[in-house]
Ligand binder design. Structure first.
Ligand code: KIV
Length: 273
């Protein structure tokens, strides 16, 4: 009788590459703190992204632009402490890599040194290629991010699906090839037509992780607060599947706590010293 043993080996960028080769899908979620990271890691997630979406779900900002290097380092080091198996990717925040490649490398080195993360992600293609190359020369693995890149929201003016038009689609494919050639270990594709994502995934050997990019890619990523249903404001894009309704669960728990405190039911005899 064969016994199924959980694979507890640390996930590496090389193992993600092997997963793509054998057609095993890669699971990825965001995490921003120690407790959530521990839960997701122990549940067996392959990759944890310390996303700059922390700006939205942790700090309450409308865009990801206000996030600072220090804030990303705080979230990154908190997540790393909770993880044993998953690959930990930290987002480089807006303004920390676009200026020039020397600044980009300095930011990258700070994140790697001060968080203990495994690798970094940054947004863009040709425009940030020099920075990508310089970071890679320091031995830091880099993940790309194309399509709807939230740090460029002021240029796009809308969170709608990107690369529906031929010109933007061709640039996206060309950028993916450039990032692969430069040495990126993977690329996130956000909110683009599924047929285009499929084309990219078939054109490169590195793993393509989608969010709103259909099923014909090598893995999926979601913002953990969204898939857990913690969002109260009805954020419900088509690509989001909710796996829990934590907003209701937590609201009910808090209401019960308030009721118990007000009525004097909490604490009781056995809950005191
Ligand atoms: O910051 C983030 O959460 C991300 C994902 C949406 C991929 O970049």
């Amino acid at each position: 009788m064969s016994v199924h043993l959980e694979d507890t080996r640390k996930v590496t960028t090389h193992r993600l590459f092997e997963m793509k080769q054998r057609g095993e899908k890669i699971s990825m979620l965001t995490a921003y703190d120690y407790t959530m990271a521990s839960i997701l890691d122990q549940a067996g997630i392959d990759v944890l992204l310390v996303g700059d979406s922390a700006s939205n779900v942790m700090a309450g900002n409308i865009t990801t632009l206000p996030m600072t290097l220090d804030q990303m380092i705080y979230h990154g080091s908190s997540v790393v402490k909770g993880v044993q198996r998953a690959l930990v990717v930290v987002d480089m925040p807006f303004g920390s890599y676009q200026g020039n490649s020397k600044e980009a490398l300095a930011s990258a080195i700070r994140i790697m040194k001060e968080t203990g993360a495994d690798c970094l992600k940054l947004e863009g293609g040709e425009e940030v290629l020099e920075s990508v190359c310089r970071i890679l020369t320091a031995g830091i693995p880099v993940m790309g991010h194309l399509g709807l890149t939230p740090q460029s929201i002021n240029k796009f003016g809308t969170y709608t699906v990107r690369a529906r038009e031929e010109q933007e689609a061709s640039k996206l494919v060309a950028d993916a090839l450039l990032l692969e050639k430069a040495g990126c270990f993977g690329i996130v594709l956000e909110k683009i037509p599924a047929s285009l994502a499929k084309k990219v995934a078939e054109s490169v050997k590195i793993p393509i992780i989608g969010i709103g990019a259909g099923f014909a890619v090598d893995g999926q990523v979601l913002v953990v607060h969204d898939m857990m249903g913690m969002n109260s404001k009805g954020f419900s894009p088509r690509f989001l599947r909710k796996y829990a309704d934590l907003h209701t669960v937590m609201t009910d728990a808090v209401k019960n706590y308030i009721k118990d405190v007000k009525s004097g039911d909490f604490p009781n005899e056995s809950e005191q010293y």
